[in-house]
Design a protein around this ligand. Structure first.
Ligand SMILES: [Zn+2]
Length: 301
């Protein structure tokens, strides 16, 4: 187990080897979207910029929290309807009455993120901020705990940084490991409720196996193995195709002389907001699939 210079935490559970053991890298990102203070106005309002992709309409009138515990509310310079998705139209109000007072609490470059409780909705639905991608981190931890230590493959459980600002941590992690297979363990947007995205992803209909997103095309052999394992183990699954967004799969894919890649993704309503919603059973299915994939030995490559 080690950390690197950018802050990734990499946990290696060695396998016993065998005929064709593989180096399997699972990547889940520890970072979450938020905002950085870029200026403090005379009035004490904080001008902010994006850390990752935010939706202005979702941030508007919501609470945010800084690392030092200072909280604030996101407001808009003018009607939110006219802000489009320009984050420069938003500000954070931390309750001060001027710049001097604000500067005692917050510095240029400080980051804040959404602030709100974790909730259970009806059935097995969970609602929280930062499910993207703390649920992936949870899946890696659980799968690591369930690794019996006698698998054929070397499994690298990578808790990576800075995915939301350009899949940066996974680039560095993948270069160190040079895996045979890279699996992004992350979320994917749902298409089963009224919103601006279309596709086949449904919450509660099983773990999603990545076929394609704008940043990566999954390896056909790896995808076939993932689907076969779901069938064998009775894990409900769905094939994931999205036409917006991306994951750490892209950076693993393009490492070294190329890495076979796919993703194990939890379908998520209201992604990149303070109130994302997922199914607990989908999360558990992802852990079961990771365990089965880690133990696989009949590789066709
Ligand atoms: Zn993510």
């Amino acid at each position: 187990m080690w950390t690197d210079s950018v802050g990734n935490l990499i946990v290696l559970k060695r396998g016993l080897g065998g005929e064709k053991p593989k180096k399997i890298m699972y990547a889940a990102h520890m970072d979450q979207i938020g905002f950085m203070v870029k200026d403090i106005e005379e009035s004490g309002l904080l001008r902010i910029c994006n850390m990752g992709w935010n939706w202005a309409g979702s941030a508007y009138n919501e609470r945010v929290i800084f690392r030092n515990g200072i909280t604030g509310v996101v407001g808009c310079y003018g009607p939110i309807e006219e802000a489009g998705n320009r984050i420069e139209k938003l500000f954070v109000d931390i309750g001060v009455s001027g710049r001097e007072e604000a500067e005692k609490l917050v510095k240029i470059g400080d980051c804040c993120t959404y602030f709100g409780p974790y909730e259970h909705l009806a059935g097995d639905r969970i609602c929280s901020r930062a499910l993207d991608d703390r649920l992936g981190c949870y899946q890696l931890i659980e799968s690591l705990k369930e690794n019996p230590g006698n698998l054929p493959n070397d499994i690298y459980y990578c808790f990576v940084v800075q995915e939301e600002v350009g899949t940066r941590g996974s680039k560095v992690a993948a270069q160190q490991i040079l895996p045979d297979i890279g699996i992004a363990v992350d979320i994917t947007p749902a298409h089963d409720y009224p919103n601006d995205l279309t596709g086949h992803n449904k919450v509660g209909k099983g773990i999603a196996v990545k076929v394609c997103d704008p940043s990566v095309i999954a390896d056909e052999d790896v995808l076939e193995i993932l689907e076969k394992l779901c069938g064998e183990k009775g894990i409900p699954y769905q094939r994931e195709v999205i036409d917006r967004g991306g994951t750490d799969a892209s950076s693993m894919n393009l490492t070294g002389s190329g890495v076979r890649t796919s993703g194990i993704c939890v379908v998520t309503r209201y992604p990149h907001s303070q109130s994302s919603v997922v199914s607990a059973e989908d999360i558990e299915g992802g852990i079961d699939l990771m365990n089965a994939f880690s133990a696989f030995s009949d590789w066709p490559f």
